[in-house]
Design a protein around this ligand. Structure first.
Ligand code: DHB
Ligand code: MG
Length: 224
């Protein structure tokens, strides 16, 4: 409902101001992304800080992000890294990746971030062939229909103790709509079922409201 959405937005704005969730590099990234015509579907400031806290408390040194968009969450996550850390981010759209690279550079994080521009499933297969150390933290936030496949890759590229976060799992509540013809909804339904049946993880999902509407994210700890 519109009144609810106005309230969620007002609360997010209060939190942004009171908790100083935004600084000039993040704000510039949003302005540049909007000016370049990117869709405004990046995580909210509160969600970005939450991702950063998760990555930091987890001591993540190697982060994989699937779905760069304009690099807004990339900046939050890269800021959680130690100076010798690394974030690899996968993006299909060359224009998005260019905008993101410029946003990340403006935030003085270019030395920590590696952009891979290709369909994410191709980049993931390639990464698996590079014999890299497993990722400590993986953020899945790309095309929703492919989330189950991204999650399978995330498990392959993980170790015991890795944390996998998946954005947009609630889809305005459509998650429970068995008959939904929306590929994004079906992708998230399949992902949640897959997570529930996967013995190697301990997973949960949380519903969220805010400036990005009603959605939510899943968090999975790789346990074995
Ligand atoms: C969509 C994608 C996102 O990553 C997001 O946070 C919100 C919406 C989308 O594709 O609709
Ligand atoms: Mg998202």
């Amino acid at each position: 409902m519109k009144a609810d959405e106005d309230k969620w937005r007002a609360v997010d704005e209060f939190l942004n101001d009171s908790l100083s969730l935004h600084d000039s590099a993040l704000e510039s990234a949003l302005v540049a992304s909007a000016a370049a015509g990117l869709p405004s579907i990046q995580v909210s400031p509160a969600q970005g800080r939450f991702l950063q806290i998760l990555a930091r408390v987890h001591g993540s040194r190697r982060i994989l992000e699937i779905g760069t968009l304009g690099g807004y969450s990339t900046i939050w996550l890269a800021r959680a890294l130690p100076s010798n850390g690394r974030l690899i981010t996968l993006e299909l759209n060359e224009h998005y990746a260019k905008v993101a690279a410029s946003n990340v550079a403006r935030a003085n994080l270019a030395n920590l971030v590696d952009f891979r521009i290709a369909p994410a499933l191709e980049s993931l297969a390639k990464l698996a062939g590079e014999n890299l150390d497993p990722f400590d933290f993986i953020f899945i936030d790309a095309d929703k229909a492919n989330t189950p496949s991204y999650f399978e890759w995330a498990l392959k590229l993980s170790r015991t103790g890795s944390l996998i976060v998946v954005d947009n799992v609630i889809r305005n509540g459509a998650l429970t709509d068995i008959e939904s013809t929306d590929a994004a909804v079906q992708g998230m339904r399949r992902f949640i079922k897959m997570a529930g049946a996967e013995p190697r993880i301990s997973a949960t999902a949380l519903q969220t409201v805010g400036s990005k509407g009603y959605d939510g994210f899943a968090v999975a700890l790789v346990t074995g």
